[in-house]
Design a protein around this ligand. Sequence first.
Ligand SMILES: *[C@@H]1O[C@H](CO)[C@@H](O)[C@H](O)[C@H]1NC(C)=O
Ligand SMILES: *[C@@H]1O[C@H](CO)[C@@H](O)[C@H](O)[C@H]1NC(C)=O
Length: 349
Amino acid sequence: MLDRTESEDKMPHLLGVEWAPLNIPLARRLQTLGALHFFFITLFTPVLVLTVPFYMLYTVLWPLIFLYGLWMIYDWNSPKKGAYMSNWFQRQRIHSWYANYFPVKLHTTSDMPEEHNYLIGYHPHGIISMAAFINFATNGTGILDTLPRIRFHLCTLVGQFWTPWRREWGLLHGMIDCSRESIKHVLEHEKKGKAVVLVVGGAEEALDAHPGCHILTLKKRKGFVKIALQTGAQLVPCYSFGENDIFNQAENPKGSTIRQFQTIMKRVLGFSPPAFYGRGVFNYTFGLLPFRKPINTVLGAPISVTKTVNPTQEQIDTLHQTYMDRLHELFEEHKTKYDVSPTTQLVIN
Ligand SMILES: *[C@@H]1O[C@H](CO)[C@@H](O)[C@H](O)[C@H]1NC(C)=O
Ligand SMILES: *[C@@H]1O[C@H](CO)[C@@H](O)[C@H](O)[C@H]1NC(C)=O
């Protein structure tokens, strides 16, 4: 018989797989539950809601499908009309459990007065912009208390709103689609105190989301700067240290076959699923759950923007340069606090 400490020691590495120990405190179990909840909603729900309804059509439950269809037609434009945020949903405990799983922390560096609107650029994209969701679409890190007078809308791909049931889940968390029309709808609203969070680098940046890397796709992305000028929304740079560390991704350096394939996929589909993996529920070696690595999201100071209905290319370029400079400064100022070595540089492509 092994004694207790020895068996604890042995357990996790049996057969080359690092198994989860059995004696985990409740708090940690709840955190894993939070991770599973998110996994279920984002990856499993689409499979479920795109298959089960076809089956239901052949049962007495078919009127439900019919009614949902009517609702979806009626509600189709909500992702472009500012969604319908519910603080009740955002405050659910499951979100703070999930935030503590990593843990994710939000650090503000300046006040955000409610007499302005804001366009927040979130970097880096990571595999799925995990901390963007936790920080800005939920109260997982306490944003309802930190910036109580600002209403945050996280942008996501238009196609994310095509999945029944999950679309409502997103809308209740204040999420909107990332079209120009949708962002402008929020930022042009009479009532100020709105913030749109846009993950500027998108699918291209996701392909560079390797642990320890800080590579952004930003040099040629100027559309968001133009929207800021047109609406007079202040631009806010935001950097999440650790966002790239929570999943591993298969090596895909620029020029490699896999990268070329991914680039073609992206052109055709509009997105390219990165080949990523994390940990499992019962073993820590392989699975689709993210690793427990800290993420520190730093929200920079707003850059003031003068509303310009028809901005010239020069005005856009100047503001875009200012934005990149501020983001760079933000990275430099905070990197060593959050486990980035002093020699690591931010790469902006
Ligand atoms: C938001 O989250 C913070 C931190 O978890 C918590 O202290 C606060 O009570 C929450 N606010 C609301 C309105 O639920
Ligand atoms: C670890 O667990 C996951 C599921 O949680 C499974 O898919 C994977 O195959 C397991 N890894 C090994 C090496 O057994």
